[in-house]
Design a protein around this ligand. Structure first.
Ligand SMILES: [Zn+2]
Length: 479
């Protein structure tokens, strides 16, 4: 698909997709009713048992939500370049499988049949309800509530409908800040390669120059609240988006003005492993107060730091502005081999509910789109940043004893001046590990005594090379 040089239209919208936490989960003492040690059972959405609840995804099984700290959203942008039209939706979820993406697209096409392509990307937040199945009451029980999945799919559909209905002639501004956010993310596995540059696309109403929406692209796990948190939250993304929209306000004074519109956090390459670990301090950029304890104060400080850099970068006059541009899109269905034995087991037990294209193979998807000077690349999982930016190693102790396979870097093949990259898009397949760094068998890499973390949540060693070559192929076509 390729549009002619034309005036562009864009629309943005957000829809609250927070779950409802039933009151009767809490007993008279304020304690949580579900306690497996007391023999409590739970329901699977069919009304059986005492517990009809929300299992929080990420970290470990049996983490029941006790309340809502801040809302979860489906945030949508619709782009209309005349003959090519697309939607990008970002949801505050740990992941959204390709089957669910395809079901959502069918719903969206009922209300917006004019769209050529729809991308659904997850922020990968670790305080959202389980939509993948892995975080139920035990390893053997699926944690997805079908009624809630339905709510999320309708929320996505509604966000696209509202965004499309609000479309206006638009101007696009692109800018980036390569180093401003480095102190807010750590890499917990060697080699240390980050995707910590902030890339921004601000979309303005062409008539009055008001902000319609801002895409904020950065790579980090939204899990600053960590495992002991038992409230639904979109983590640092909530405060970041809120402050970019409405400004950073303290008591009666505005520290920095917001830009309005709908702010969308598009997560980047977060494998291998980008996180704000509990051992990390986050410094409030205004008070210089340090926060380490993983709680609300820490994500507010992180939101302030993210919003300050974002808003200051948007004020910088170095941005690139376009009102006329071509929009082109390439997407490809791919087949990924599932070597991971734990995933086989999960599929047998019904923990994973997804289609297999053939024995041990799943269907997934890569895509890319180019708008004027900017290109956006979307992959279906948590890419190790070295596959994007370079720095893949062949460490001693790695299982295959081979040189780097995923070369050249994806970054070097992305056309245009502004290179956006999003993981967890149109699917969620876990970690995408460079094959030459794959390490399950001892001796372990980097003189580690134990197996490094990552492979256990990856489809297998072939995923990295396969996704890398599929992305390079569509980028070549996009050029
Ligand atoms: Zn992750």
């Amino acid at each position: 698909m390729q549009s002619s040089q034309t005036n562009l239209q864009a629309g943005f919208a957000k829809v609250d997709i927070s779950p409802v936490i039933p009151d009767d989960w809490i007993d008279a003492n304020g304690d949580y009713r579900y306690n497996p040690d007391d023999g409590d059972t739970y329901t699977d959405g069919n009304g059986n048992g005492e517990f009809d609840g929300v299992w929080l995804a990420g970290f470990h099984n049996s983490r029941p939500a006790q309340g809502i700290l801040d809302p979860l959203w489906a945030r949508a942008m619709v782009l209309d370049a005349g003959d090519v039209k697309m939607a990008l939706v970002v949801i505050d979820m740990i992941g959204f499988g390709n089957d669910e993406v395809i079901a959502s697209r069918k719903l969206i096409l009922d209300t917006n049949p004019e769209l050529d392509y729809v991308i659904i990307s997850s922020t990968h937040v670790h305080s959202s309800p389980d939509l993948m199945g892995m975080w139920g009451p035990s390893e053997f029980e699926r944690g997805v509530d079908p009624a809630y999945l339905d709510q999320v799919q309708k929320g996505i559909q509604e966000a696209v409908r509202l965004a499309s209905a609000s479309k206006k002639a638009a101007i696009f501004r692109f800018t980036e800040n390569p180093t401003g956010l480095k102190s807010l993310v750590d890499d917990t596995r060697d080699p240390k390669v980050f995707d910590a540059g902030l890339k921004l696309m601000q979309v303005l109403d062409a008539e009055n120059l008001e902000t319609l929406g801002t895409i904020m692209n950065w790579g980090n796990h939204p899990e600053t609240l960590w495992a002991q948190n038992i409230e639904v939250s979109s983590d640092f993304a909530h405060h970041w988006r809120e402050m970019v929209e409405n400004g950073i306000v303290e008591k009666d004074s505005t520290l920095i003005k917001g830009v309005g519109g709908v702010a969308i956090f598009l997560n980047g390459a977060i494998g291998g492993l980008m996180t704000t670990h509990p051992s990390m301090e986050v410094i409030d950029p205004y008070s210089n107060e340090k926060f380490q304890q993983q709680n609300l104060d820490k994500i507010v400080a992180q939101g302030r730091a993210l919003a300050k850099v974002t808003l200051e970068t948007l004020q910088d006059s170095s941005f690139h502005e376009v009102s006329k541009a071509n929009l082109s899109i390439r997407a490809e269905t791919i087949e990924l081999k599932m070597d991971n034995k734990l995933f086989h087991l999960a599929a047998y037990l019904g923990i994973f509910d997804r289609g297999f294209t053939k024995w041990k193979h799943i269907r997934s998807e890569v895509s890319a789109w180019k708008l004027g000077p900017a290109t956006f690349v979307h992959v279906p999982g948590e890419l190790y940043p070295e596959i994007l930016h370079g720095g893949i190693e062949s460490p001693e102790g790695a299982d295959y004893g081979i040189g780097p396979q995923e070369i050249p870097t994806i970054q070097s093949q992305i056309p245009g001046q502004f290179k956006f990259f999003a993981g967890m898009s149109n699917d969620m397949v876990g970690y995408i590990v460079p094959k030459s760094q794959w390490d399950v068998d001892p001796p372990f890499t980097y003189a580690n005594e134990d197996r490094p973390y990552g492979e256990i949540n990856s489809l297998g060693p072939e995923t990295g090379p396969k996704i890398h070559s599929a992305v390079l192929k569509i980028l070549k076509e996009l050029k």
